[in-house]
Design a protein around this ligand. Structure first.
Ligand SMILES: *Cc1c(COP(=O)(O)O)cnc(C)c1O
Length: 396
């Protein structure tokens, strides 16, 4: 029999399992095996699978109107933008279909902001090693990961990268050429590293002193994942000028957004940017429901509480397996176990035992469960990881 995957461009290497249904924190395969989902489509399915309110909103909208393009008003998008701006630093929102597109809008807005002020040489974007901002040409140049850049032509000018945590290099890199410093408050793909809160505050100060904008990529760490609605809220005086969101904001319906202050965003005028599908009625119907559930203090309080249970569980695994686990990393429900060897075998062993987890960086087993997990789910996941770590014959 031919491989059913043969016509899929093989940029991913998925395991054999194919899922047919999702319900809450569980996924079921076509042959009836059920898994506990602690990766949630990479921090996307924030409310789990088949959340009744999301299903109802999508079904209702599907019977009314799918698409008109941004040639016409989308009232549900106006409503969601209003709510986003009431609850964050932002005054303007551009809706996209993905995180990468939110990043493109952010980079373009930052450059245009300085250009509009006559500062046409200020186009450099300063990023950090370990960054991940998506897969468009702009986003891979911002991310700076050589593996993702290789083979795709010369690196684009206008990007500079400093070593994560190197304050002196950062001070030197932010100059009168710098349009913006662009950073994930918690690095996702780079190894689930949370930037210390005082460093976010310091970044804001540095950008203000040097006349650069500050852009946060909260595509993975935002929308409740760290226990605040957005991760920058953990820090004092660390509001960005521009923020990218996606993943959790749609809870599985693909959409993202670029949020800006009035001053920064006002440079984007008719013709500056666009998207045929961005913020279409289906996305906005789901987006409003997801927002109303997650942007609620009691919901976020519960994320912080269950995040504490996860942290405790991971700490206990680190204590039980000191020969294999280097430490615990991350924040809230975006966490990981730093392992002393490549994490793939542990990820595979977890899956064989019914638990889905991710990997990040070189050596991190990544957890990004739905935000609705309960303590009993955490106990089950920790027990499975414990067994997988015990069985693991670590290559030394
Ligand atoms: C996933 C991700 C992106 C890219 O989002 P896509 O929806 O895959 O385009 C960008 N930045 C961060 C931090 C991400 O986690």
């Amino acid at each position: 029999m031919s491989d059913p995957r043969q016509h899929i461009m093989p940029v991913y290497r998925p395991p054999e399992e194919a899922f047919e249904r999702g319900d809450g924190v569980r996924l079921t395969t076509t042959d009836g095996k059920t898994y506990l989902d602690f990766i949630a489509g990479i921090a996307v399915s924030a409310l789990g699978h088949s959340h009744p309110a999301m299903v109802a909103a999508l079904q209702e909208q599907a019977g009314k109107l799918w698409h008109t393009s941004n040639m016409f008003r989308v009232p549900a998008g106006e409503e969601l933008a209003r709510k986003m701006c009431a609850r964050t630093f932002a005054d303007r929102v551009f809706f996209t279909n993905s995180g990468t597109e939110a990043v493109e809008c952010a980079l373009k807005t930052a450059r245009k902001y300085h250009w509009a002020k006559g500062d046409t040489d200020r186009y450099e974007i300063v990023t950090f090693s370990g960054a991940f901002h998506g897969r468009s040409l702009g986003a891979i140049n911002a991310g700076g990961n050589p593996r993702y850049l290789e083979g795709f032509g010369p690196a684009l000018p206008g990007f500079a990268q400093v070593e994560y945590g190197d304050h002196e290099a950062l001070e030197a890199a932010v100059t009168d050429k710098t349009a913006a410093v662009f950073v994930e408050p918690v690095q996702g793909e780079g190894g689930v590293r949370a930037i210390p809160e005082q460093c976010l505050t310091g970044l804001r100060k540095l950008c203000d002193e040097r006349g650069a904008l500050l852009i946060f990529d909260e595509i993975q760490c935002g929308m409740g994942r760290t226990g605040q609605l957005f991760a920058y809220e953990w820090a004092e005086n660390a509001q960005p000028d521009i923020m990218c969101v996606a993943k959790g904001v749609g809870g599985g319906f693909p959409f993202g957004a670029c949020l800006t202050t009035e001053e920064t965003g006002s440079v984007m005028q008719p013709g500056s940017h666009g998207s045929t599908y961005g913020g279409n009625p289906l996305a906005m119907a789901v987006g409003n429901v997801v927002w109303d559930i997650i942007a609620d203090d009691a919901f976020l309080e519960n994320v912080r509480r269950v995040g504490g249970t996860v942290a405790q569980g991971l700490k206990s695994l680190a204590d039980t397996h000191p020969d294999k686990v280097d430490g615990v990393t991350g924040k809230g429900l975006l966490t990981g176990l730093r392992l002393k060897a490549l994490p793939k075998p542990v990820q595979n062993a977890c899956r064989d035992k019914g638990l889905l987890v991710g990997v990040a960086g070189n050596n991190v087993l990544r957890l990004a469960p739905p935000l609705i997990i309960e303590d009993s789910d955490v106990r089950e996941a920790v027990n499975i990881m414990d067994a997988a770590l015990s069985d693991w014959e670590i290559a030394t």
